[in-house]
Ligand binder design. Structure first.
Ligand code: PXP
Length: 238
């Protein structure tokens, strides 16, 4: 059965917009688990634009499910991961100027670097996933490097429509089978929402989907009315 990893970066985005203490992503992880999240995903970025070091260390102590730390393959992040010991790490490319993670990781052209980096994490008993585009070469090199998982980038699938979207879906289906045949566990994510998730969730042997933006957007839609009602009642009752 496909499981759900909930990415809570956007909760931290709202907090950081005011550099205050609420909403606290650590508290919202508890609500995500209450809703059935099978794991909690956070991306600790070099620029700390949303998730902070304090968040990851508190999450590790408080969540009841699994902690998936998304990070760039840098020395700074390696040191943090080795202290934090999350259940698994997902390595992603990271650019300061991007709004969100853009393409997949280029493992094919950095085999030596990633072998060393992934080996280092595995020595600390941390399982490692590569966020890659659905491309054969990237899958084969992920296996050679020693990744336990791959996370297939569904961003393109989410952006396309009609027959183009169908073609991209086929690419993802074939890639996931290819990876499974090599013994890699297959996750997927990026841009998945309430309209497009079903086709990805029903791929055979799809392990976990990582979803953030659409879940947080829906939370605002289903929660804002109640929040305004509570404030209105506070103002008008005396
Ligand atoms: N997977 C990875 C590797 C990501 O970088 C992100 C975005 O942070 C997601 C999944 C979740 O994407 P979205 O917020 O579009 O659901």
């Amino acid at each position: 059965m496909t499981t759900l990893g909930v990415n809570i970066d956007h909760i931290a985005n709202v907090r950081q917009a005011r550099k205050t203490v609420e909403p606290d992503p650590v508290q919202f992880a508890f609500l995500a688990e209450l809703g059935g999240a099978d794991s909690i995903t956070v991306h600790l970025r070099e620029d700390r634009r949303h998730i902070q070091d304090r968040d990851v260390f508190l999450l590790k102590k408080t969540i009841k499910t699994k902690l998936n730390l998304e990070m760039a393959a840098t020395e700074e992040m390696l040191e943090i991961a080795k202290r934090l010991l999350p259940d698994y790490v997902t390595l992603v490319p990271e650019k300061r100027e991007e709004v969100t993670t853009e393409g997949g990781l280029d493992v094919r052209n950095n085999v030596k670097y990633f072998k060393n980096f992934v080996g280092n994490l595995k020595d600390s008993n941390i399982e490692v996933s590569a966020f890659i585009d659905p491309i054969s070469d990237q899958i084969n090199y992920s296996k050679e490097i020693g990744f336990n998982f791959i996370e297939l980038h569904t961003g393109k699938y989410a952006e396309l429509t009609g027959s183009d979207q169908y073609k991209e879906l086929q690419r993802i289906v074939e890639s996931s089978h290819e990876a499974n045949d090599l013994g890699l566990i297959v996750n997927a994510g990026h841009g998945l929402n309430f309209n497009n998730v079903k086709k990805i969730a029903s791929i055979n042997n799809m392990n976990e989907l990582n979803i953030g933006h659409s879940i947080v957007a829906r939370a605002l839609a289903v929660g804002l009315e109640k929040s305004v009602r509570e404030m209105k009642s506070l103002i008008t009752s005396n």
